[in-house]
Structures are given as structure tokens and as C-alpha cells.
Design a protein around this ligand. Structure first.
Ligand SMILES: [Zn+2]
Length: 94
């Protein structure tokens, strides 16, 4: 079983990003702007992070079926809200 995200080495991280981009597209799953996988500074707000669909605090797994890509800043702002609650918030702004 995988450990926490920060334990991933760069090669494994790259493989996961490639897999998730081919499955979901190269856009942030939260703000839907394009992701730039050439940003390697994790202090950059646009650094690519692995967002948990079901938060780990709710028992979500560090498995690709429970992960999607998001900017560092977007992921931080979302926190541990369940994804359906967050998506409803977005729709209310239309
Ligand atoms: Zn984003």
C-alpha cells in the first residue's frame, strides 16, 4: 500500500501524473485551468498535487482510483471538503 504523497519519488510522481492526465486530461480538477508539469517547485501555487476525491481523513486511499490532479493552491483551498460539497459550491456561483 502506498504511503503519503510526499514519500513519492520523482519518477513515481511523474508516472502518476502521466496516468492521471491521460485519464482525466491535463487540467486542474478544481479550477479547470491547464496544469504545467514542468513546475518542480512545490512552493509554486501552480505545482501539481494529487487531490484525494475521498479525503484521507474520511478513509480515502492513496490509490489512483481516489486521486486526481490539482494545483497546489486549489488543493489547499479545498482542504478536506468532500468533493460533491465543493462542486455544489462552484455551481451556485453561476
Ligand atoms: Zn487549479
Amino acid at each position: 500500500m502506498a504511503k503519503v504523497n510526499r514519500m513519492f519519488n520523482r519518477k513515481r510522481r511523474g508516472h502518476r501524473i502521466t496516468f492521471l492526465m491521460s485519464r482525466d486530461g491535463a487540467n486542474c480538477s478544481i479550477c479547470h485551468d491547464l496544469l504545467d508539469r514542468h513546475i518542480h517547485d512545490y512552493h509554486d501555487p501552480r505545482y501539481i498535487t494529487f487531490d484525494h476525491v475521498v479525503p484521507r481523513s474520511d478513509g480515502g486511499l492513496d490509490h489512483l482510483t481516489n486521486l486526481r490532479l490539482a494545483h497546489q493552491q486549489c488543493n489547499n483551498e479545498r482542504g478536506n471538503d468532500p468533493i460533491h460539497v465543493f462542486d455544489e459550491g462552484i455551481e451556485l456561483e453561476d
